[in-house]
Design a binder for this molecule. Structure first.
Ligand code: NAG
Ligand code: NAG
Ligand code: NAG
Ligand code: NAG
Ligand code: NAG
Ligand code: NAG
Ligand code: NAG
Ligand code: NAG
Ligand code: NAG
Ligand code: NAG
Ligand code: NAG
Ligand code: NAG
Length: 664
């Protein structure tokens, strides 16, 4: 980064600090995924004196001490099978790792309306599309249940919250939204290949509001891939949405009522009726309790996907003081995320269900997840440790036959967002904040790749040491990549691991392999995470494009003993993605070679190449631009010609997404 940007950034910081000082001391928490009965809607940030939005909390925790050499062997061998070993997962789609966006914040995250899209969001999705061909996103959450599609809103916005009419203990405000919201999703899909899951309101089974289904079908067409019926129905009773006796059988019965209502609606096609998703339960019921109501056999033709939702822990005691929730201390909770055990524990309750789904010919999705419900933990959810956790947990879900996982985006009042737009009234001088989970998404996207054939297996590496997990990825039936994770934080280098990779049965690794690293100095670091040396910076620094030059390392393997061994180092902390085939050299990346222009000062640039290759076509040049001011490779100062599809994006840009840091 140039010093100019440094100076500019200091001025951002000053503005930000003064903005914080003007902020009120309490933060209203409306967008949470509340996992427990909740009593109040307000809270203060947990950090001692910080009162700004939780999404930008400055809390930094202490990294756990390294375990020491006896507990953590740092040099180990990993011998793998070249053909797919038994126990590997079902073939996974490249789009396995997706996002869930709370319905109430789509007008912050996606755009203001169908012609004013958030360019940083488009860029973030384009980065992933490069690697996987497509991205699956769910729009929904607690706020979907009472949402109502209306023709227009009084002030012309696409989405409004009726804060006066909060009627339940989760403090979830009813939403009204217009068809423009769906056009906005459709317009996004014409620029980047995002497919959408929507939620159907389920608060009122005597009067289903199916307009979102009718309009979703009409407006989104093939970009509509699923319709969630009921969000965490096992919490309905606790949240006062159903009587306390509400049971899995009641849910199954109501699901059938929904199908009947859809069948009776001439505006809903049989195909659309086959996209339903359930039971999306949290932790109060077990999946088996629902399966045992015959849910899947009864509704099989209508079930597009099966789903569950899960957060490993919660921060409800802080988000909702007085709720009676147990307080989880962030510092003592931090190590529970810095271990392979976290993912293993979460998936353990679903192993029977992923098997069950296979026997029924269905795919099981983790429909909403993240580090911790009720906003996550500042210091954990926004740290590099969460990026490592997201990679391990994401791959673990893939390894045990989940078919997709959606990481939740909750807005300014949560710490776990993969990406956060600036507060609305700071959008003229602040950019987006890219969180650790977005980096996890990039790593998992590249680990799985775009072929939809990747089979994943937990290699139980290092004698199944919980601090150094590894996964093998077989593509088209052959070992293609290995992911090595080091959860330990140790700046001395003493806990860096060194892994001797080799193939079983006399098969030979190539003479050299390529490696991409996910890095930061410590598991507690916030911001400046790098993936193959590129970063999205710190709070408020990103327009959605990676900064810096991509660096893929080449490791020469040794064949001294007759069988080739590739020794891969993984720093403590870090992740290494090792590409074992020559096809690797084309490791996906993205070129932003041209710049869409606008007259507006500080306008985000867009990548015409993204448009040119949108909707599933990857394979761009293996070169990345830089967004640093002064670099004309990719800066916003260009006056490039507008060609073809660029026009569409230019409209979005002209509509005025402002970013700082670029100069004219
Ligand atoms: C931005 O909006 C918030 C919430 O409405 C307010 O508390 C804060 O003072 C505003 N900040 C600025 C810089 O206007
Ligand atoms: C933070 O708040 C505590 C009281 O809660 C106070 O004692 C301390 O001085 C404050 N620190 C700063 C830096 O303002
Ligand atoms: C879309 O939103 C932008 C920004 O708020 C606004 O200027 C524009 O008028 C809106 N367009 C429509 C068609 O509502
Ligand atoms: C369901 O939500 C809608 C919209 O908020 C509301 O009008 C309706 O009264 C609710 N129905 C029930 C049974 O809660
Ligand atoms: C749940 O099912 C029981 C048994 O069929 C029934 O008596 C009860 O009314 C149902 N409750 C709801 C909320 O549908
Ligand atoms: C697995 O799920 C099926 C279907 O619900 C159930 O019948 C079976 O008992 C479960 N097995 C275990 C070990 O939980
Ligand atoms: C995942 O599915 C594959 C294919 O059916 C199976 O071999 C493997 O054992 C399953 N893994 C788990 C953890 O259930
Ligand atoms: C994965 O892709 C296949 C088509 O290639 C599709 O049928 C399936 O539904 C996809 N699964 C998910 C979870 O997107
Ligand atoms: C992968 O699956 C998606 C659906 O999930 C499909 O759209 C895409 O064409 C598939 N890609 C390949 C290479 O088969
Ligand atoms: C992030 O990187 C910038 C630019 O290199 C540097 O000024 C800043 O101190 C870094 N912050 C952290 C937390 O490493
Ligand atoms: C976006 O949606 C609007 C409908 O609101 C449509 O008129 C317009 O053509 C779309 N724009 C693009 C770029 O697809
Ligand atoms: C739909 C609804 O319940 N609207 C109510 C929202 O709250 C205001 C103020 O209390 C009432 O006047 C509305 O009737």
């Amino acid at each position: 980064m140039s010093s100019t940007l440094g100076v500019t950034f200091v001025s951002f910081l000053l503005l930000f600090l003064s903005a914080i000082q003007r902020c009120s001391a309490s933060i209203t928490v409306y967008y949470q995924n509340g996992q427990t009965p909740l009593a109040t809607a307000s809270s203060t940030a947990s950090s001692a004196n910080y009162t700004g939005p939780i999404a930008y909390s400055p809390v930094v925790l202490n990294a756990p001490a390294p375990p020491g050499a006896s507990a953590f062997p740092t040099n180990f061998a990993l011998q793998m099978s070249s053909p797919v070993p038994s126990g590997a997962s079902i073939p996974q789609n490249g789009s396995f790792f997706g996002f869930s966006i709370e319905m109430s914040v789509v007008n912050q995250v996606l755009g203001k309306n169908a012609s004013f899209l958030q360019v940083p969001f488009l860029n973030l999705m384009a980065n992933i599309q490069q690697r996987t061909g497509r991205i699956n996103i769910r729009v929904g959450g607690n706020t979907q249940e009472t949402a109502t599609l209306v023709n227009s809103t009084p002030d012309g916005r696409i989405l409004e919250k009726d804060l006066q009419n909060v009627s339940n203990p989760t403090q979830t405000p009813p939403l009204i939204f217009t068809p423009e919201l769906l056009y906005m999703l459709r317009n996004i899909s014409s620029l980047v290949n995002v497919r959408w899951y929507l939620g159907v309101p389920f608060n009122d089974t005597s009067n289903f509001r199916l307009a979102i289904v009718e309009q979703g079908q009409r407006i989104l067409g093939d970009y509509l891939i699923g319709l969630q019926v009921g969000n965490e129905p096992d919490l309905y009773a606790a949240h006062g949405h159903r009587p306390s006796t509400y049971s899995p059988q009641n849910y199954t019965t109501e699901f059938g009522e929904m199908i009947t209502a859809m069948t009776n609606d001439v505006n809903i096609s049989p195909h659309t009726r086959s996209l339903l998703i359930g039971p999306s339960i949290s932790v109060v019921w077990t999946p088996e309790q629902v399966w045992n109501t015959d849910f899947v056999d009864l509704y099989s033709p209508n079930l597009g996907f099966l789903a569950v939702e899960r957060y490993p822990t919660d921060n409800c005691a802080v988000a909702f003081p007085g709720s009676g929730a147990q307080y989880n201390d962030p510092q003592t909770t931090f190590p529970t995320f810095l271990t392979h055990q976290s993912g293993l524990t979460i998936v353990s309750e679903y192993l029977n269900s992923t098997n069950f789904a296979q026997t029924k010919g269905k795919e099981l999705l983790m429909f909403e997840t993240n580090t911790a419900s009720c906003g996550g933990f500042p210091g954990i959810s926004d740290s590099f440790g969460a990026a490592l956790w997201g990679v391990d947990y994401g791959l673990q879900m893939a390894a045990v036959n989940f078919s997709g996982a959606l990481f939740h985006v909750g807005g300014q009042s949560v710490a776990y967002n993969p990406f956060t737009p600036p507060p609305t009234n700071q959008s003229t001088y602040h950019q987006w904040t890219i969180g650790p989970i977005y980096y996890s998404a990039l790593v998992v996207a590249e680990a799985l790749g775009p072929t939809n054939t990747s089979q994943v297996m937990d290699l139980q590496a290092n004698n199944n040491n919980m601090l150094s997990p590894a996964y093998g990825i077989w593509e088209n039936g052959n070992l293609a990549r290995v992911v090595l994770i080091n959860f330990v934080s140790d700046s001395t280098g003493a806990s860096d691991i060194s892994v001797d990779l080799s193939l079983a049965n006399g098969a030979q690794l190539p003479g050299q392999v390529q490696v991409k690293y996910l890095s930061a100095a410590s598991v507690s670091q916030k911001g400046n995470i790098t993936w193959a040396s590129q970063t999205y910076g710190e709070n408020f620094e990103s327009d959605g494009r990676p900064l810096g030059t991509e660096n893929i390392e080449t490791i020469t393997c040794s064949s001294a003993t007759g069988s080739s061994i590739c020794t891969i180092k993984v720093p403590a902390p870090g992740v290494a993605l090792v590409f074992l085939t020559s096809e690797t050299a084309a490791a996906p990346s993205q070129t932003f070679s041209t710049t869409a222009l606008t007259k507006t000062r500080n306008t985000a640039t867009v990548a015409p190449s993204v448009l040119a290759t949108s909707n599933g076509h990857s394979g761009m040049a293996n070169e990345l631009g830089s967004t640093s001011p002064g670099s004309n490779k990719n800066g916003a100062q260009g006056r490039g010609a507008l060609v073809g599809g660029v026009m569409a994006m230019a409209l979005a840009v002209l509509a005025g997404w402002l970013m700082s840091g670029a100069r004219f």
